[in-house]
Design a binder for this molecule. Sequence first.
Ligand SMILES: Cc1cc2nc3c(=O)[nH]c(=O)nc-3n(C[C@H](O)[C@H](O)[C@H](O)COP(=O)(O)O)c2cc1C
Length: 479
Amino acid sequence: MPELNNLFSEIELGGMVLKNRIVMPPMLTGFAAEDGSVTDRMLAYYRERARGGAALITVESTNIEVPSGDHYLRQLSIGDDHFCEGLASLAGAIQEGGAKASIQVGHQGRYCAPFITGTGPLSPSREDPLDYWPESQEMGEDDIHRVTCELAAAAGRARDAGFDAVELHGAHGYLLCQFLSHLTNRREDRYGGDVVSRAAFPVEVVEAVRAEVGEGFPIVLRLSADEFAPGGITVEDTVVTAGMAEDAGVDCLHISAGSHQSKKPMSIAPMAFPRGCLVHLASRVKQAVNVPVMAVGRINDAILADSIMGEGKADLIAMGRALIADPELPAKAERGEEGTIRPCIACNTCIDESVMRAQPLVCAVNARVGVEEEREIKRAGTPRSVAVLGGGPAGMEAARVAALRGHRVTLHEKGPELGGQLLLASKPPFKEEIANLTRYLESEMSRLGVGVELRSTLDEDEVLGAEQDAVVVATGALP
Ligand SMILES: Cc1cc2nc3c(=O)[nH]c(=O)nc-3n(C[C@H](O)[C@H](O)[C@H](O)COP(=O)(O)O)c2cc1C
């Protein structure tokens, strides 16, 4: 196991000292209450991620005006002072877990959900109706001023609630990004035109936020460096924007990619895309600015993360889905226990099956997501003998948890190898990542002392009459 000295070294960000270079980027959970306030479920989710060893946890995208800035059902809100008490407990939970706490503020512009907000969306230029979004209205200077003030006020609330930093959402096709892109900004006033004019609103927001939070409170700006859309934002545009943002007072640039105009799903790259597929963009921006630059995008292993910094391509590494899959990734990597990290396979169940369907977050490889307290794995009072039938992912997970609880576990698999449906699922080109889940679960079986019986079936009499105290049937999944 390499030393990972790059990853596990301190860095200072606008006066905030981070214990290592691993950052959890903002990711919507749908765990907020209907009114946008913090819930116990949300506290438990973020607390567990902070305890896992990441240096900085960025709380998901919040709305800044109630309700017209809303984007998702049960979106966390920072749009009024009365949310501060709950937000303070959220910052506290993260800090008690050992991480610094940041929170993302932004405005979704054209993609504010009218069925939640009850008002038509705003955007840099008028847009025709699209899918379930009605026509959007071009923002007047008064709208621009109001949203700027609301973003600044939201950042001030983040500071007052005890957060250590704030992240401005300038990426992924939302309002600030809509201003930065020619595809969505066709204005002819001082906010539209060349790249400098298109950056004027985001830069004014940075200045307003800095004025509100004062010096010594770090501001991270997230940008989509490349929109991956003909005529859209290019990395050379972003170099200009990044320089302006640096002059305006940001302390870190978080370099993502993609928008709703993109031809490829770059913002949350699926498993078919190579690991670290956006690092070249962070690297290009890093050459042009002096503040630390954060890379993101399919960086789901610590060795890759360390090498990105070793090659001087970024100063910080955001790991999103990887920390949903295994919040303990940083701590395990630091202890040299890479093999015990539950891998994110970039299946995008998290985004496609939950967030995009307005459901609370779930993860295909981590059944504890969102139920961290209820499903805490505790040692059983009386160890028992457990037989698990079926060596697919469900059976191996059942065996893993039973073994962690201290039971004596035997896993029976009819076939010659473990993996069940994952074996076939990982065979097509671009699906190889799935095999990492099989490898992880299989290695957990040996690490935890689960007895594995291959080519083994138990009939009804054997199940009922045998010596085991409990039988888990984990067979029959369909492809
Ligand atoms: C479930 C989910 C929700 C997300 N929500 C946000 C969000 O609120 N704000 C944001 O800027 N990006 C959001 N993202 C994008 C992530 O911050 C991150 O950029 C992306 O997942 C790629 O990083 P990864 O490959 O390490 O997961 C979300 C991603 C996922 C998977």
